[in-house]
Design a binder for this molecule. Sequence first.
Ligand code: VAH
Length: 314
Amino acid sequence: NILVIGSNGQIGTELVIALRNIYGDSNVIACDLQPSKQIELSAGPFEVVNVLDKQVVSDVFKKYKPTQVYLLAALLSATGEKNPALAWDLNMNGLFHVLDLAIEFKTAKVYWPSSIAVFGPNSPKHNTDQFCVMDPNTVYGISKLAGERWCEYYFQKYGLDVRSIRYPGLISWKAMPGGGTTDYAVHIFHEALKNKSYQSFLSATTELPMMYMDDAIRGTLELMDAPADNLRIRSAYNFAGVSFTPEILAEEIKKHIPEFKLGYVENDPRQLIANSWPASINDDYARTDWGWKPNYDLAKITSDMLENIKKTVY
Ligand code: VAH
């Protein structure tokens, strides 16, 4: 059995679908605060789980004896700044509950997502290395950096096979992102189709590392399938797709919707968060250790997003 805790989120939704395609619907248990409204997720078992309630999480471990657990529940960067105490509590204690129960129930593998948010204003801006200065200044980034340290600690001290990836901004159409700084890169496609215009909360030249969800899910499963001995990183792997700015993305969208207009909203708090993050990431460790390679460039992301949103949403 495989548990996916935080199954209603942007990543969780797609992980449940991908894992059920591989392991069978009944062997992947979707866990979140309430059942998903998406029909795809109704194909298999669901458990109401608040990851902060250790007893509830323990009961689910006991019931399913999972061989793998994916913990996706978290508050993202923008939401976390509005509620620092809850962000720290959920992101950290949720992780501790899962790490400790995975040891107690001898779970073979644990997956926990990190983020490029672990880098900060003094980290190198371009082609940012796996190891470098990391001074995150968002609660989300601080919790992800701390979480990476704890994952490596549980691996080294207790031999727990926990694996992690520093995701860039993720672009998907099956589930909306929730409270991130990179969410503009998803909303822009919906607005382009609906209104042929979008007001970006990040400035024209804000370059950020991004990735299509199909690449992110495939890479995650490739990491989880890699032989443990190949993995040099037990904090979280740098992981890169494609970097771009809102104006570069708008130019790509105009190839499909020529009359698309991109405007900008000033003084959004997410601009300060974006300014603290790298523009591009070096993922050589992932390429070497588990053969990582992205398939989607910006042209493919744009055509795939517009085509799928047109088909499913409007
Ligand atoms: C966020 N989408 O914006 C998330 C992610 C790198 C960005 O961590 O907070």
